[in-house]
Design a protein around this ligand. Structure first.
Ligand code: URA
Length: 230
């Protein structure tokens, strides 16, 4: 096995152990010391720097949760690999599942307008989701689906190292910030995820159903522009 294959296998093992530990598994040694030991594997001399491409490769034809049964495409994420701003949504809908691209349906068109309103383009930001496969009938993602997919989002963010994350809607905000606070309370303020400024706001799909909330999102976007110095 070459170095790339070795690192890829190590990442797979790490992901699986993180998933088991996060799901409360006590069937193996989950102590902090052991997890720290495992985390350090593959680093230093043996490891090539992680990239979005290597993360996508690790994800492979993912079968880590039941969403793989009905999906057409994995929606990994797209945009600028040096983006200062990352948008994180909930999960793919019908159009995203068909095309394999995030936010390309009606909510996506609104997100594109929001991005333009803050004087950016889709090509300048990075767009991804909490879960990478479409839940049947667009139902809410289940906790075990979020748990299985989260390590990949965490790794994407670690590679991207953005200055800002805009968390779109309840699931993105609550998952990143590890809270149960409602989006109505989280929005309007900056929070922190691993040192990165996170601004939660309403999901564009929610805005399509509740256009009166667009005003709040615009207030959030003005805060974001101000903080980003744009
Ligand atoms: N809604 C989301 O949360 N993400 C998408 O990619 C599309 C719709």
């Amino acid at each position: 096995m070459n170095i790339k294959g070795f690192n890829s296998a190590i990442e797979e093992i790490k992901n699986h152990l993180r998933f088991l530990a996060a799901s409360g598994c006590r069937g193996f040694d989950c102590s902090k010391e052991s997890l720290n030991t495992i985390e350090s594997w593959g680093s230093k001399q043996t490891s090539l720097p992680e990239t979005l491409e290597s993360i996508r490769k690790d994800l492979g034809d993912c079968r880590r949760c039941g969403l793989c049964d009905n999906r057409r495409n994995i929606v990994f994420g797209e945009g600028n690999h040096s983006a200062k701003l990352v948008f994180v949504g909930e999960g793919p809908g019908y159009e995203e599942d068909q095309s394999g691209r995030p936010f390309v349906g009606a909510a996506g068109q609104l997100l594109t307008k929001i991005i333009q309103a803050i004087k950016l383009t889709r090509e300048q930001v990075y767009i991804c989701n909490i879960i990478k496969c479409r839940p049947p009938e667009n139902r809410n993602p289940l906790p075990d689906e979020i748990l299985a997919c989260s390590p990949f989002l965490q790794r994407q963010i670690a590679v991207l190292k953005p200055d800002f994350i805009c968390a779109l809607g309840t699931f993105a905000a609550q998952t990143l910030l590890k809270t149960k606070e409602p989006i109505s309370r989280l929005r309007g303020n900056f929070h922190k995820y691993k040192g990165i400024m996170v601004l939660p706001t309403y999901h564009p799909a929610y805005l399509l159903r509740n256009p009166d909330k667009k005003r709040d999102v615009w207030e959030d976007m003005k805060m974001l522009m101000n903080e980003m110095g744009s």
